[in-house]
Design a protein around this ligand. Sequence first.
Ligand SMILES: [Zn+2]
Ligand SMILES: [Zn+2]
Length: 304
Amino acid sequence: MVFYKGRRGDIISRLPNGKIALVNKRAERIPKPGEKWVCRIDFEKPKFAVVTPIQRIVKKPVYKVIQYACGHSKKIRLYDKEMPENEEPEIRVTKFSDVCEKCKENCKHENIENEIDLWDFGLIIRTVCKGCRKVIEEIDFSDVINENKGFFGTDFNKVREAVRQRISDPELQRKVLTEIDKEEQYVKEYNEKLEQTNKLSQKREEIIDKIKRFIKENYEDYKELQFYGIEIEKDRIRYPIGITKVIDKEIGPGFYEYSTTAIYNNIHISEMSEELRKLFEEYHKISKELDVINQWLIENRPVE
Ligand SMILES: [Zn+2]
Ligand SMILES: [Zn+2]
């Protein structure tokens, strides 16, 4: 409740229902005009109420404290917040892995380390100060790495040559070259698998064509449709021979929602000729191989 001076000079307030609130004569603390207090309502009469102020509400700042790695910290006043006067101001602590601005300025960069940042699309060598994390030197290799394809379109020997020219420290040079060897190995393996999937997919397409042709020639009810496809399941081959309307749900008496569904014809393996069975087995063998390679490609895809 916010208190103010009434017409007769006494300190009063209003209840949320608009009723005048007078301060209890026995109250230990009397609010000053403009102050905000948490009050207890002692009693209410039809025209007024008597209250006892319990706790003064004041505005206190909320602080943000940044703790730096060097042990220094910075206190920033964020905003003011209303709270009971006996409560401590709120402090939010944020820890930084960096040192403070002053330590950064005064750093002599005596303790430095090298960072090799190699990913599928680039290579950057950084000399970084361990104390202030400042990058002292940066060697970029983007001019010898394919802009769009990264290491997937790069001549690795050119990169090696650039490493030998631009990095003088023999220890660092050796480390970088090792990383490049690893990347080359990975790119090679990835490309090989990619080529394998292309070959296998093409082979599987050819088998499906053969199966289609076989069905066309040997089964009378075959119809070529615009959505023509073929599904090979464990014990049968499914191929669509038409479409039909099916009731999805009843939306009212006599009203239905329809959707169209394909009608399939099934050929069971037991009905298959030896020729079709062989195609079928081959199809499954290739599919399994493809699954394994595709899984590898997904798990080892390039990182941008
Ligand atoms: Zn500091
Ligand atoms: Zn430094």
